[in-house]
Design a protein around this ligand. Structure first.
Ligand code: S3P
Length: 187
């Protein structure tokens, strides 16, 4: 089957939403947008919606109200997005640290972990200033620490995608992996 046929198959047979999880800088939002466009589904991003609802940036929510408050907003927002049905969703890197959110994603969606080595994550997030957890003196160390804490959570995803390459290469491989997953689930 060629790529176009695989895309058509996914469009017709995808039973639920696709949710992208993974570390900051892995490319979840980029891939989510691309895959949504390729499949012709709506795209939602939890961080973007939280910022719009709150009328302030994620980094300001962290600064003004702390991480625990952000996690509360994030959990509520993801539950709301998952209720919208078949779509493509990308969630913030720490969303999976809520056991309730992770189990809801795993049961209501097909979950894709976009994985990449810490050096790649560090290079992609360097200098952006938008991620409150990386604004300390050693972002690479902060990424390594969170990766160690979260790897077993990300590892529960139905599909693991290597996000190290260019966005076009990653999305082409992702399409193949989603197709293979749907076929395997059918058996
Ligand atoms: C976070 C990741 C960020 C954002 C917040 C916290 C995390 O989203 O939700 O800064 O805990 O990993 P991205 O993964 O989209 O950068």
């Amino acid at each position: 089957m060629n790529n176009a046929q695989k895309i058509d198959y996914i469009r017709r047979h995808l039973p639920k939403a696709l949710v992208f999880i993974g570390m900051m800088g892995a490319g979840k939002t980029t891939q989510g947008r691309k895959i949504a466009e390729i499949l012709g589904f709506e795209f939602f991003d939890s961080d973007i919606e939280i910022e719009a609802d709150e009328n302030r940036l994620v980094k300001d929510i962290f600064k003004q109200n702390g991480e625990a408050h952000f996690r509360h907003l994030e959990k509520t927002k993801i539950a709301e997005i998952l209720n919208r049905g078949r779509s493509v969703i990308s969630v913030g890197g720490g969303a999976v640290t809520s056991p309730e959110t992770l189990s809801s994603i795993l049961s209501n969606a097909i979950c894709l972990w976009v994985d990449a080595p810490v050096e790649v994550l560090a290079a992609r997030t360097a200098g952006t200033g938008t991620r409150p957890l990386l604004n300390g003196s050693n972002p690479e160390e902060a990424l390594t620490e969170r990766m160690v804490q979260r790897r077993h959570l990300y590892g529960q995803a139905h599909i693991r995608i290597d996000g190290s390459d260019s966005p076009d290469e990653v999305s082409a491989i992702a399409v193949g992996q989603i197709y293979d997953y749907l076929l395997k689930e059918k058996q």
